[in-house]
Design a binder for this molecule. Structure first.
Ligand SMILES: Nc1ncnc2c1ncn2[C@@H]1O[C@H](COP(=O)(O)OP(=O)(O)OP(=O)(O)O)[C@@H](O)[C@H]1O
Ligand SMILES: C[C@@](O)(CCO)CC(=O)[O-]
Length: 889
């Protein structure tokens, strides 16, 4: 830092200050010590210890006038102790003879330009802030100043203007420039200017760097100004400008003008600025680290990025010679102005705002915003691309910043998933971020590419926004399937945090997501006699909740849900068709995010599962819906003939759960967990701070179960809600039941997984006993039904003596009967006949089996969707065989 420093803080102000009471030796000791401190210490160590009450932060002297004739202050325009304290502090930070705090950065330039007389020349850069340009133009038109714009980032472009006869009084530099981040060699230009004319002054607008990263007075400049609104304050809650003068002569000239014009900073703003400055180094470090990640990410995606830390920056070496950091502003070119506009308007976390330097991140298009006052022709002449986007990076978590930026780029059509790349799972990305944030940012970029092809960009843009009226769609059919489930113990109780035991079923729902090219999205569910299409442009996209990353929101959005219920009701579907359509549109819209990202597709679904019978038909449907859309949007990759990876399974589960929430209101998540993962599980929902969990169990396949559909239709949503209401109204009845069902599930789990060893007969006998008690509890909870009790009675009657329990939501639907190993076939036939006579439909169904299935290697032209639509639920196995290829799980 310069050795020209203030001997007392007060001297740096226009007037002497309250610090005058300090003895020279005290002041010396502070300054001598401060000399050795690093910048991050100096910004904090404002020397305010000597004010009259020993206030540890500079007090606000909110007064216009001061009493008396011979005191150090008389009028705040000329001097104020709060401003004086700030200015002393700033003088140290800039290594200046004196520093001045003014009302704005532009006021600083206005004051500085007053040092130039009519007829004298000002050389200014050609990549300047719009406001700077405006003021210079005024000086030219009204002040008779010869303003010339040259490329000040090339010393050779400056030299020809310095010869005799040019009357160059001032050379105005910005480095890095705004917004193209070009670099001027401050030292080389200063040397050249001073060699040509010792009277000429070099002025540097240092706003992009702040004195933390660059101190131009040390490089030979004469005056520095800085918009204090930016990094110095850091919070966009005040406006200020700073002038730091390298010599007493310049300081006294500047002081004269400030006093004459009255442009000094007000006391309250001086106080705020002082407060902001103390965290300058801390903020800048974090903002810069974030900017490196964003710059790397955009660079790796193939955008032309301007940022002095990137290896390809043409003047990187000069920058690092004169500055200790690359700052927190970058700009990049997309190649298309409308594309840039869409990116900017799709950003959510990045605020669309002019200015920079605040702790929050901002995105802008300079040509439309900060540089709009420069005419389009001049912008073009100076090489400022209209599509340039400027990012001013804040202190947020970089994971959120990249998430938001990535989402904006996708929505705008600027990048598309690089499907050929192995997509990193969320877990791997999280680990990578922890280990090496830079690698993490590059790995994220590797998941995407810019749209390629002959008219790559324009095509991508058109696709991205569907401007051509043609929505994006998928390249080939996506075919999926998922099983239903049987709950053996714990239904309903599981909603309230009790463990339930369930297994998958060999009955499944099948789904085909197929392409459309008419700007519509559709569902065809022949089992429900539902076949509906909606115009994508007419869906309520403005209601889609903002979301981070690929996971769904935790809660349903009431506004979106009710809007979709209304839209679906207008199509007048059947009751089941209504709920399926609403669930489909809800998941589709939330996953898509915005209209620009929407795929025009049809989901065709059909199941050989009875619907609304307690066997998890809704969860199987939800899993098909979630997985096919996740594959379509490339959030889930199915590589070769391998199944879906574990993290992708979790992702499908979370989206299937979202659909279940639409269908069931308050589901526990057990049905979708089984539909997606298959096999048998012990599932505990995380509620009321209790930890949830999901464990696979074996042992189900060793027992024979008979499933009987009472064919009495019911609605899971209202049955679940009924138990919830009872729990609130009669906790003394419901809570002990829940505790007992927990004990039942615990014991059953032990028996099934073999951790409780029992003889076979005792094992079956105990399971039957547990089923009886569990069924009685469900009856008390009010979810049994006469039709279910009839099945219980028919199976218990002599000569059968079997145990039956309702399964799933109850209220009708299915019952499950345990068939002991020794139960004879003829008796079983007789039992089936009795059940049929009751009007029920008994099935000896195989339990267990795979979860989510994805079909690979579909025969071209298989017409999977139309065949599924017409197959009929009894013929789905045949339909599946006719697809060619194979299922992977
Ligand atoms: N084959 C299908 N096609 C389209 N939608 C279906 C299909 N099967 C189920 N659904 C959706 O799931 C809903 C049925 O859900 P419900 O929860 O009432 O029954 P369930 O899932 O069979 O029973 P439980 O939840 O007790 O196991 C239907 O109204 C429909 O919205
Ligand atoms: C009744 C219930 O426990 C099972 C429905 O299959 C509800 C749920 O867990 O979401």
């Amino acid at each position: 830092m310069s050795s020209t420093r203030t001997s007392t803080p007060g001297e740096s102000s226009l007037a002497t200050s309250i610090f005058d009471s300090k003895s020279p030796s005290e002041v010396e000791s502070f300054d001598t010590r401060a000399e050795k401190w690093h910048f991050a210490t100096q910004v904090v160590a404002a020397d305010s210890s000597q004010n009259q009450y020993g206030a540890s932060s500079t007090p606000i002297f909110q007064t216009a006038t001061f009493k008396g004739m011979d005191g150090p202050y008389d009028y705040t325009r000329s001097g104020n102790p709060t401003r004086g304290g700030l200015e002393s502090h700033l003088a140290r930070l800039y290594g200046a003879s004196q520093a001045f705090a003014l009302s704005t950065g532009m006021t600083c330039l206005d004051v500085i330009l007053r040092l130039v007389k009519p007829g004298e020349t000002v050389l200014a850069g050609d990549d300047l802030y719009g406001g700077t340009n405006r003021l210079l133009t005024y000086a030219k038109s009204h002040g008779g100043v010869d303003v010339r714009h040259v490329d000040t980032t090339q010393v050779s472009a400056v030299l020809p203007h310095l010869g005799a006869g040019n009357k160059v009084k001032m050379v105005l530099l910005e480095s890095p420039t705004n917004p193209l981040l070009k670099i001027a060699d401050i030292q080389a230009v200063s040397d050249a200017v001073h060699a040509a004319n010792p009277e000429a002054i070099v002025v540097v607008d240092n706003t992009m760097m702040s004195p933390y990263l660059q101190r131009p007075l040390e490089l030979g400049a004469d005056l520095v100004y800085d918009s204090g609104t930016k990094y110095l304050s850091g919070h966009h809650d005040l406006m200020a400008g700073i002038i730091a003068a390298g010599t007493p002569k310049l300081a006294s000239d500047i002081a004269w003008h400030i006093n004459a014009m009255g442009s000094g900073l007000a006391p309250f703003d001086s106080f705020l600025l002082m407060r902001g400055i103390k965290t300058l180094a801390l903020r800048m470090d974090k903002q810069e680290a974030n900017t490196h990640l964003v710059a790397n990410y955009l660079d790796a995606l193939g955008f032309l990025v301007h940022y002095p830390n990137l290896k390809h920056h043409p003047m990187r070496d000069i920058h690092w010679k004169q500055a200790s950091g690359a700052g927190a502003v970058l700009s990049f070119v997309t190649g298309d102005k409308q594309l840039s506009e869409r990116i900017v308007s799709a950003a959510r976390l990045w605020g669309v705002s002019v200015s920079f330097g605040a702790v929050n991140s901002l995105i802008s298009m300079p040509c439309l915003m900060s540089h709009a006052s420069i005419s389009a022709a001049v912008r073009a002449e100076r090489g400022l691309p209209e599509n340039l986007i400027r990012l001013c990076v804040g202190i947020e978590d970089p994971r959120d910043l990249l998430d938001d930026l990535e989402r904006a780029l996708i929505i705008a059509g600027a990048i598309v998933p690089a499907v050929s790349k192995d997509l990193l799972t969320a877990d791997k990305l999280a680990a990578l971020y922890k280990a090496d944030p830079e690698k993490w940012s590059l790995a994220r970029a590797a998941g995407f590419k810019r749209p390629d092809g002959p008219d790559s960009l324009l095509q991508g843009v058109a696709k991205g926004l569907a401007i051509s009226g043609e929505n994006k769609t998928i390249d080939e059919d996506i075919v999926v399937s998922a099983p239903g489930k049987v709950i053996l113990f714990g239904e309903h109780a599981v909603v309230h945090g009790v463990t339930a035991i369930a297994t998958s079923l060999n009955l499944r729902c099948f789904g085909v997501l197929s392409a459309r090219r008419d700007g519509q999205v559709a569902i065809a569910a022949p089992d429900l006699e539902a076949d509906h299409a909606w115009n994508i442009s007419e869906l309520p996209w403005d209601l889609v909740p903002a979301r981070n990353g690929t996971a769904p929101s935790a809660e349903l959005d009431a506004a979106l849900l009710s809007a979709l219920e209304k839209i679906v009701a207008d199509a007048k579907p059947t009751k089941t068709g209504t709920s399926a359509s609403v669930a489909f549109l809800y998941v589709y819209m939330e996953m898509t995010g915005s209209r620009a990202n929407a795929l025009s597709v049809t989901l065709t679904v059909s199941a050989n599962l009875p619907i609304g019978a307690g066997l998890g038909s809704s969860a199987a449907f939800s899993a098909c819906l979630a997985s096919s859309l996740l594959i379509a949007y490339s959030h889930v990759a199915v590589a070769g003939h391998e199944g879906v990876s574990a993290p992708s399974v979790d992702l499908v589960d979370s989206w299937a759960f979202l659909a279940e929430k639409v269908l069931h209101g308050n589901p526990s998540g057990i049905d979708n967990a089984v539909a997606v993962r298959g096999g048998a599980v012990a599932f505990t929902r995380a509620v009321n701070g209790k930890e949830g969990g999901l464990d696979g169990i074996r042992g189900f396949d060793s027992i024979r179960l008979l499933l009987t559909n009472t064919k009495v239709p019911r609605d899971t949503k209202s049955l679940v809600a009924g138990v919830g209401a009872k729990k609130i109204a009669e906790p003394h009845v419901v809570n002990p039941i829940l505790d007992d069902i927990q004990a039942i599930s615990d014991e059953a789990r032990g028996l099934l997984d073999g951790s409780v060893v029992a003889e076979r007969d005792a094992f079956v006998g105990r399971l039957e006993q547990l089923m009886r008690v569990n069924h009685a509890h469900l009856r008390t909870l009010g979810v049994s039904h006469a039709s279910l009790e009839a099945v219980v009675a028919a199976t218990a009657a002599e000569p059968f003596g079997l145990t039956t329990k309702l399964t799933g939501a109850g209220g009708g639907g299915c019952a499950v009967t345990l068939i002991p190993d020794s139960f004879p076939a003829d008796k079983l036939d007789a039992l089936l006949a009795n059940l049929r006579a009751l009007g029920a439909e008994p099935h000896l169904t195989t339990l267990g089996g795979p979860g989510l299935g994805v079909h690979r290697g579909l025969d071209a032209g298989a017409g999977a969707a139309s065949k599924l639509k017409s197959a009929g639920s009894a013929n789905l196995a045949q339909w599946s065989e006719g697809l060619g290829g194979k299922w992977v799980h």
